[in-house]
Structure formats: structure tokens, C-alpha cells
Ligand binder design. Structure first.
Ligand code: HEM
Length: 517
């Protein structure tokens, strides 16, 4: 999901909310502690995970939240943070993770809490629901995601957009211009997912489509307002009175709905008018749904918007951290290029070069696959992922959780745990993913949790890898990258996705060995 935790315009409000929450936390912590103590005495047999801090500490460490949580994880593989609203359990223990995400899957989900917050924007889409509703969505969507039609169509879009991006970098290289590559990745992944989902060219990369640019801005803002509900305890009142962020959200959702329903209506018209479906076959997800299912417009709206939110910032942030890593490790950058040299010819036009990156070529790029995976191990696009516990339970480590507790696994902290990855856990070393023959080796998804695991594992994992590999192969084949300011500290901004704070500013230059024009 791609929702900023704190856009700069929301910062003063956020600080005010933090102060209120801090006061409430302190009082609640005392009460919860006391309550825990009494309950523990009553139910002697049950034990609960150690308390490592409170929500107050989280707020104090907001700017370095994932560092803070990693430090706690180094002390306790599973711990509790006290909050006035609910008990929060955080785990980086793969055995507990497997239990929550797979073994007792039905007992941990989005719950009514997340549903209420997300529903206005994401409707009954795959991200917001549990149980039968989720199963239905998952079945419909996983069938589509596994088809060759979608694979081929999306690869064409990725190659085209990677070529477009390389064209922009080419101009920047000529003028020795510093570019914010994260911003460009954000635009190009939005364009890609939009084309794949709706069959519509948004062109936010070049900004040629006014309506598209407006949709993109409104969608980002609506996501920010939705996320704001997680910190604004008064959001329901504001919604009732239609004021502040809630009034803004309502207005934005209307714009989004108009845009999306218009697309759906015109697609339905188009389908009706097709005399010979095969000769004018359309391969975007919306058209495919209309061809093969009898999904109604509201369901379609929810399905497609959820895909857009899922596939937009996740891939863009992962690609940005990948570029950051290869800038910091020029040796790795060179090894990726050597591999590319082996499997493709770095000559011809930009689009010829991009088109030469076929499925077979992608399959042979094992070192690139390992480098992207190593990036995601240390910089997972979703750094923490929370579930709600539906009934009292005991985790495999012997500690109990209660109905209503928030139970989270933490990909960011897990990537840095020595007990999972060995003493070099914090080092960037793509080789850890390769066997003696240089072949990529999968790890347990309960250790490498960047894509979640179990029945709800990311539906777009293969799609995302293909996109990231095509983009990185095209870009590294043509350009060498270095940081615009080598001495500048690069950090994340605390958001649902792991964005690079302030963007990633790089200098690119044409590669000597590449004769791609
Ligand atoms: C580097 C890229 C990506 C990463 C790291 C990633 C990671 C994740 C994670 C952690 C979840 C679980 C979120 C939750 O608990 O709700 C998830 C779910 C999901 N992802 Fe991805 N994702 C990526 C790209 C994509 C793309 C490109 C798409 C589709 C176009 C996609 C589609 C989905 C969907 C539909 C779900 C919901 C699955 C379900 O609840 O059954 N993802 N992803």
C-alpha cells in the first residue's frame, strides 16, 4: 500500500495529535499494566510477551521508527508495546510469523478496525476484507495474475516505460543534471500499473495528460487522508460533520469515482460494440474482467483501485533503494552489468535493447535477481505489517495474545536479525542468495517476509520482480549511477511504504561499453 504516514502539510496536526496520544498513552499504560497484572494473577497459566516500551516511545522515535523497532527486536524476538487503544505485539520470530500468516491464518486479519479506516477509498477490495469476501477476491484476481496474457501485456508496458525513462535519463546525462530517480520511478510505476489495469495511458512521467496528472495527485492525497485516520482519533466525528481531512477525502473519492466509473462505462460500451471480440481483444485487467466474469461496476472499481494502490509505490521504492545500494556498492553495480553483457547485446536503439530483455533473458539474470532480493531484505517496501487477532490464542513460542490485539510481523527488523541471517545480517551481500553455481536460492517466506507469506502472500510478487528486473536491466545497461552527494545521509521517511526521505538524487552517465542510442 502506498499511503504516506505524514505528508509535510499534515505535520502540525500530527504533532498536536501526538501530544494528545502521549498523554492518553501514559494513563492507559498504567491502567493496562495494572489490568495485565491482575489478569495474569487470575489466569496463572498464561504468559504474555515482555513489554519493551509504549506507544509513547514509538512517537518519540517517530522519525527513526524502524531503527527503534529493530533495536527492540534485537533484545526480544517478540515483544509488546503498550497503547491506550489496544495491546500491540511485534514479532520477528519466523516460527511465530508462520503461525500468524499460515498455520492459524483465519485468526489474524484486517479486522473491523482496518476495514472502517480503508473502506471509503478502497471499498471492499482485497486489501480491506477478510473471510469469504477476501477468498472471492483472491480467487478472481489470482486467476487473472497467473495468465500468460497479463504477463505478456505487462512486459510490453514495462519495456516501453523503461525506454521512456531511459530517454529522460539520457537527456539528464548530456546536461550533467542531477535527477531525483525516486520521483521518476514513482511516475513510471503509476503509468505502468494504470496501463495494465485500465488500458489507459496516464503519462505522469512526461505530464502530457492533464486529467491523468489530476487523478494521480488526487489519489495520492486521498491515500494520505485515509492514513491520517490511523492517528486522528476524531476522524469519525469529522466525517459526520464533513470537515477538515474528512471533507477533503470525500471530495477526492468523488473525483476518483467519477474518473474510474467513466472508464468502466466506456469499457462496457466498447465490449458491447465488439462484434468479433478476438479481433479487438484488449489485454488490460479491466477488459479481461469484463470478458471473463460478470463482475459489477462497484466490484470492478474496488478491485482495480486496490491493484493500483498495491503496485504503485511498492515497486518504485524498491527500485529506488536498489539504485541507492548499487551506488553505495559500485562493485555490485559492475557485476550486474557484467551479467547483462553475458545475456544481452548492449547495442542498437534504446527500444531495441529494451525489447531484447525477454522472459528467457530475465530468467538468466540470477545475480540481478539476488541483488533486488537483497535490497528488499534490508529495505522492504512494507516495513511493518499489522494483523488483528480475532480470538485469544497462544503463539508457538508459548506466549499468549488476546482477542483484539494488534499482532505485527516486521520485515525491516527481520532483515537485520543475526539469528535469522547470521553475523553479516546488516551487510548488503547479494551473494548470500546464490548457490555455488550462481543460481538464485529461495529462502523461507517466513524469514524473508518482504512479500508477506501464506495464503495472503503478495499477489503481484512475480509481476513486481519482472517490472523491477526490466527497469533495472535497461537503466544499468545504459547508464552508470552515482550519488549526487556522496556524503549525504540517506534515510527513510516513516510511512506505510519505505520511501527515501527527500528522494534519491543521483548523477547518471552513459556507459562506455554500451552502444545503445
Ligand atoms: C516490490 C514490490 C512489492 C512488494 C514488496 C509487495 C509487498 C506486499 C505485501 C507485504 C503485502 C501484504 C500487505 C497486507 O498485509 O495487506 C502485499 C499484498 C498484495 N500485493 Fe504486493 N507488493 C509489491 C508489489 C505488488 C504489485 C506490483 C502488485 C500488483 C500489481 C501487488 C499486489 C498485491 C495484492 C493484490 C496484495 C493483497 C493480497 C491479499 O491480501 O490477498 N503487489 N504485497
Amino acid at each position: 500500500m502506498a499511503i504516506p504516514l505524514a505528508s509535510s502539510s499534515l505535520l502540525p496536526l500530527l504533532l498536536l495529535a501526538l501530544l494528545v496520544i502521549v498523554a492518553a498513552s501514559l494513563t492507559a499504560c498504567v491502567l493496562v499494566n495494572y489490568g495485565d497484572h491482575r489478569r495474569m494473577r487470575r489466569r496463572k497459566k498464561k504468559k504474555y510477551h515482555p513489554i519493551a516500551g509504549t506507544m509513547f516511545n514509538q512517537l518519540l522515535n517517530f522519525g527513526r521508527l524502524h531503527h527503534y523497532m529493530t533495536d527492540l527486536a534485537k533484545k526480544h524476538s517478540t515483544y509488546r508495546l503498550l497503547s491506550p487503544f489496544r495491546n500491540e505485539v511485534y514479532t520477528s520470530d519466523p516460527v511465530n510469523v508462520e503461525y500468524i500468516l499460515k498455520t492459524n491464518f483465519d485468526n489474524y486479519g484486517k479486522g473491523a478496525y482496518n476495514y472502517a479506516i480503508l473502506k471509503d477509498l478502497l471499498g471492499d477490495g482485497i486489501f480491506t476484507v477478510d473471510g469469504e469476501k477476501w477468498r472471492h477476491q483472491r480467487k478472481l484476481s489470482s486467476y487473472e495474475f497467473s495468465t500468460k496474457v497479463l504477463r505478456d501485456f505487462s512486459s510490453v508496458i514495462f519495456r516501453r516505460n523503461a525506454t521512456k525513462l531511459a530517454g529522460i535519463l539520457s537527456e539528464a546525462a548530456k546536461g550533467k543534471q542531477i535527477i531525483d530517480i525516486q520521483d521518476l520511478f514513482m511516475r513510471s510505476t503509476l503509468d505502468s500499473i494504470f496501463k495494465v489495469a485500465f488500458g489507459v495511458e496516464l503519462d505522469s512521467m512526461c505530464g502530457s495528460d492533464q486529467e491523468g496528472a489530476e487523478f494521480s495527485a488526487v489519489f495520492d492525497d486521498a491515500s494520505a487522508c485515509t492514513l491520517w485516520r490511523y492517528v486522528d482519533v476524531s476522524w469519525r466525528v469529522k466525517k459526520l460533520l464533513n470537515i477538515g481531512s474528512e471533507a477533503k477525502l470525500k471530495k477526492h473519492v468523488k473525483v476518483i469515482d467519477n474518473f474510474v466509473y467513466k472508464l468502466i462505462r466506456s469499457k462496457i460500451e466498447l465490449m458491447k460494440n465488439l462484434e468479433d471480440g478476438s479481433s479487438m481483444k484488449k489485454d488490460d485487467i479491466l477488459s479481461r474482467f469484463l470478458q471473463v466474469t460478470d463482475t459489477n461496476p462497484t466490484e470492478l472499481r474496488d478491485i482495480i483501485l486496490n491493484f493500483i494502490i498495491a503496485g504503485k509505490d511498492t515497486t518504485a521504492t524498491a527500485l529506488s533503494w536498489f539504485i541507492y545500494m548499487v551506488c553505495k556498492h559500485p562493485g555490485v553495480q559492475e557485476k550486474v552489468v557484467q551479467e547483462l553483457n553475458k545475456v544481452t547485446h548492449l547495442n542498437g536503439s534504446l527500444s531495441e535493447f529494451a525489447n531484447s530483455i525477454t522472459e528467457e533473458v530475465l530468467e538468466r539474470m540470477q545475480y540481478l535477481h539476488a541483488t533486488i532480493t537483497e535490497t528488499l531484505r534490508l529495505y522492504p517496501a512494507v516495513p511493518v505489517d499489522a494483523k488483528i487477532c480475532f480470538s485469544d490464542d497462544t503463539l508457538p513460542d508459548g506466549f499468549s495474545v488476546r482477542k483484539g490485539d494488534m499482532v505485527s510481523y516486521q520485515p525491516y527488523a527481520m532483515g537485520r536479525m543475526k539469528f535469522i541471517w547470521g553475523n553479516d545480517a546488516e551487510e548488503f551481500r547479494p551473494e548470500r542468495w546464490l548457490d555455488g553455481d550462481g543460481k538464485f536460492q529461495q529462502e523461507s517466506p517466513f524469514k524473508f517476509t518482504a512479500f508477506q507469506a501464506g495464503p495472503r502472500i503478495c499477489l503481484g510478487k512475480e509481476f513486481a520482480y519482472r517490472q523491477m528486473k526490466i527497469f533495472s536491466a535497461v537503466l544499468l545497461g545504459c547508464f552508470s549511477f552515482k550519488m549526487a552527494d556522496e556524503g549525504k545521509e540517506v534515510n527513510y521517511r516513516t510511512m506505510i511504504n519505505l520511501h527515501i526521505d527527500g528522494g534519491l538524487h543521483v548523477l547518471v552517465s552513459r556507459r562506455q561499453e554500451s552502444e545503445v542510442d
